[in-house]
Write a protein that binds this ligand. Sequence first.
Ligand code: ADP
Ligand code: MG
Length: 727
Amino acid sequence: MPERITWQAPIASVAGKDAAKVEKALGLHTVGDLLLHYPRSYVAKGTLSDLSDLSQGDFISIFGQVTRCDLKPYTDRRTHREAYRVLVTVKGSDGALAMTFFDRKRSVATWRLEEYAIGSYGLFSGKLNWFNGQWELTNPRSKTFKAEGDASAAYDDVPDLVPIYPAAGNVDTWHVQDAVALALDLVDHVPDPLPDGLRERLGLLDARGALRRIHRPADHRELGAARKRLKLDEAFVTQVTLALRRRESAERTTTARPALPGGLLERFDERLPFTLTDGQRQVSDTLLDDLAGSHPMHRLLQGEVGSGKTVVALRAMLRVVDAGGQAVLLAPTEVLAQQHARSVTALLGDLALDEMSRGGLLGSEDGTRVALLTGSMRTGQRRQAMLDAASGEAGIVIGTHALLEDEVSFADLGLVVVDEQHRFGVEQRAALGAKSARPPHVLVMTATPIPRTVAMTVFGDLDTLVLSELPKGRGEVQTTLVPRANPAWLDRAWERVREEVAAGRQAYVVCPRIGDELPAEDDVELASVEEQAELLAVGPLSGLRVERMHGRMPADAKDAVMTAFAAGEIDVLVSTTVIEVGVDVPNATVMVILDAERFGVSQLHQLRGRIGRGGHAGLCLLVTGADPGSTSLERLSAVAATRDGFELSEVDLRLRREGDVLGADQSGRRRTLRLLSVLDDADVIVQARELAEELVATDPELATAPDLRAEVGALEESSRADFLGKT
Ligand code: ADP
Ligand code: MG
């Protein structure tokens, strides 16, 4: 009897000679890693996997009985030597599948004849190939089951559900299966993140039992029970981590920022050229209430594109300035930071102090200074902005990642607003928080709405507010697909651009490439900014003022182009996705997106959000060469069909891998999303959140659940590691 091994033991202790291979191909290092590497699917004994829905290149595994096995010699055309084909057919209860093995050695081919003798049972895995009018597996990997005596004895030994592990490199599903079987038998303690009492109350399997059943289920019922338990684990570890973060911040105190009668906020409201929507009013009230309290606010504002988040954020910032503090607005790109600085200054009007009034006091009657700080600013400007931030001269500081640097400091940082989601992680927010003697209030705003459970998982340490209503008087935006296959349609699209410009409006043309980069092989045909700007100016848009903008231009140049476009001095802006988020030019009414299939759903929704901002109707034309029936076309049609960001973000999530949606910043959380789906398991996530709250309220040290404490620690560690890896 081999010795017991621990969860942390190296994988070599169970994978034997395959250990190095498994470690390299699958990135699994310990016995625990291996046991958390779940099967990708299960094949019922005697059936083919998903025979109804096969496509070229699919990796499939089938289990069944060999009904044909023939050896065919042939002459290899290249080497002119004799070679061998072994043709095998395997039959399951659903149907049969052909396989071809190509061998150069006769000895190997004749060995196959014996190995796959008619009547034997085997598991075959490989890539599907459409050949001679039928599906086949070419050179699949195989494992046969043989017993003393008759084949049916071997068949009886095979479980009803054969686990199939994701293939990688030269590691086959049965290598993993064998190692897992050994690990299940030998591991001494399986960490259990659920406290005992809770597990019993919920009537769930224990951790070891769940692992045994996910790897070797006797039937679908067992498999279901195992998945239920393991999904809850994943959601629970995440939610406990988030509940602890919420608790930690609730325990901290900070400076209250009460209202100042007659202050900047009141005067700002008086000069606002429009009335706030009901949604803006409600969200604002909540934020101002939070700011008046002495616990740091942690809010996520989910806003539909164009719903007017900036004004809401600005009102919160002014409240803090009124109360003697400073506010920071953090943007993901230079273009956006500059645009925010411009629009905040414009909204403030004479409440924004200019250079003439330098020396005024923070929160003075007159107004406040708005400072801009980005990475590409010249040293002199940069130093002045840093000085204004440090002295308190600037009540509002707007900038990019450059604000996170150590040398940037503040006199009294009261509020951090992070615009446009994802790209700032928890740790980055924390880096800004550290610049203040007491924790600042935090408001994170998403660029596009995200499904509730994604918000709960990715931004679960924040309390969510939603702004879905658009200000009244917004023009409709019609979205139309323009197939490249029909040149007349594209001509018509440019004609529409000319018509809008003739009516005094402006247009965007968006391209997937800049033009000076080396194209990847399949990119050669894609529209580029450089090329389109030239072609359009001499061709269909001749006579119009066409300019270009992309991320490779110097910051000053980008800023100059955006300013000119906003001032109406440019008719058509040919650009990459640098205009994707936040850019706000209400007079722009048409957008032509070239090679639209190259962009993601959220990206298209964002891009389209740039038009229809004023009172005029907008038109968004998605030019595409995507094939009818392709997923690409499906995505584009979804975008054309609705302007509801929540709906689109669900479509997006379904069409992409969830891990990608959570973003690179969130990769530390992927370990908690093996079985759990943020879309399909909403109920599990909600339940886990309640259970987590309950546990953290009674046992914040997690003393009753040491295994849980370890996992939460590991999760915090990995999100920190992600952050450190990026700076
Ligand atoms: P987003 O939520 O996408 O960031 P913005 O904050 O950029 O949207 O607002 C879009 C535009 O709508 C801006 O020009 C802004 O001044 C304007 N706006 C905001 N609130 C209102 C309102 N209540 N009525 C009319 N226009 C508004
Ligand atoms: Mg915005």
